[in-house]
Design a protein around this ligand. Structure first.
Ligand SMILES: Nc1nc2c(c(=O)[nH]1)N(C=O)[C@@H](CNc1ccc(C(=O)N[C@@H](CCC(=O)O)C(=O)O)cc1)CN2
Ligand SMILES: Nc1ncnc2c1ncn2[C@@H]1O[C@H](COP(=O)(O)OP(=O)(O)OP(=O)(O)O)[C@@H](O)[C@H]1O
Length: 206
């Protein structure tokens, strides 16, 4: 099996595993995720926090989003733009949404669209991750394209990228492609992982 077929099979296995969770497991995970994010000071202080509308069995952010508004922080959802670039629209509970081309809700009539560099903290959806912060997504390359500018900067910087995942989405090694943008942290239902602290032994030789 070639590398592309392997990646496809891995994506399928991870997506199925996620979809097979019971409602009780999903609720428990959402509570665990909130506790993990509460370990991250930026979650309490950053002015502009982007997330996602959970679909395909993704870990729900519904316990993570409401406290932001209470603290006066802005929450934003991704909007698919031209050339597979993401922009981000402020969204509050009750604001109208409409499905994008993948069937995922996005703000229907955004008053304002922010560019990725204008964000402070981004909660990034993913299918698989490793402790170095390498990420396996749905294969659309949306996040890699939109945050490619971070690869020319010393990390961590703003925006801070925090992958959001169930613990079983952790992989030993996610092979890095040249265009991949690494995550600074991963927050799971069990822990907050600081990817800059990852064991250098895990680094693949150049
Ligand atoms: N909740 C959420 N919103 C998001 C993302 C995400 O991963 N999760 N994205 C992250 O990039 C962007 C949308 N990208 C997506 C890319 C592919 C698929 C998808 O369903 N792909 C199919 C296979 C490809 C296809 O035929 O479209 C699949 O995985 O079954 C969904 C979203 C922006 N919004
Ligand atoms: N900065 C970039 N410029 C041009 N093409 C890119 C860039 N980043 C990614 N791509 C393209 O997007 C495709 C998908 O990339 P990849 O498999 O890493 O997506 P992903 O991170 O899994 O998806 P997503 O970010 O949507 O969740 C790649 O085949 C690559 O050609």
């Amino acid at each position: 099996m070639d590398a592309t077929a392997q990646r496809r099979e891995l994506r399928q296995r991870l997506a199925e595993q996620r979809r097979a969770l019971s409602p009780a497991e999903r609720i428990a995970a959402a509570q665990g995720l909130r506790r993990s994010l509460e370990q991250l000071p930026e979650y309490f202080t950053d002015a502009r926090v982007a997330g996602y509308w959970a679909s395909h069995g993704e870990l729900p952010l519904n316990l993570v989003i409401p406290p932001l508004a209470n603290r006066g922080q802005q929450f934003l959802l991704p909007v698919i733009g031209r050339g597979k670039h993401l922009r981000f629209a402020p969204w509050q509970s009750g604001d109208a949404v409409q499905p994008n081309r993948h069937g995922i809700p996005e703000p229907a009539a955004p008053g304002e669209l922010l560019e990725p560099f204008q964000l402070d903290l981004v909660l990034v959806p993913l299918l698989g991750f490793d402790r170095r912060g390498h990420r396996l997504g749905h294969g659309g390359g949306y996040y890699d394209r939109s945050f490619a500018f971070l690869n020319e900067q010393v990390r961590p910087t703003e925006p801070l990228l925090v992958g959001i995942a169930y613990d079983f989405q952790e992989l030993e090694i996610v092979n890095k492609e040249p265009w991949d943008v690494a995550l600074d942290f991963v927050a799971t239902n069990r822990e907050l992982i600081d990817c800059s602290m990852s064991d250098p032994e895990l680094e693949t030789p150049a």
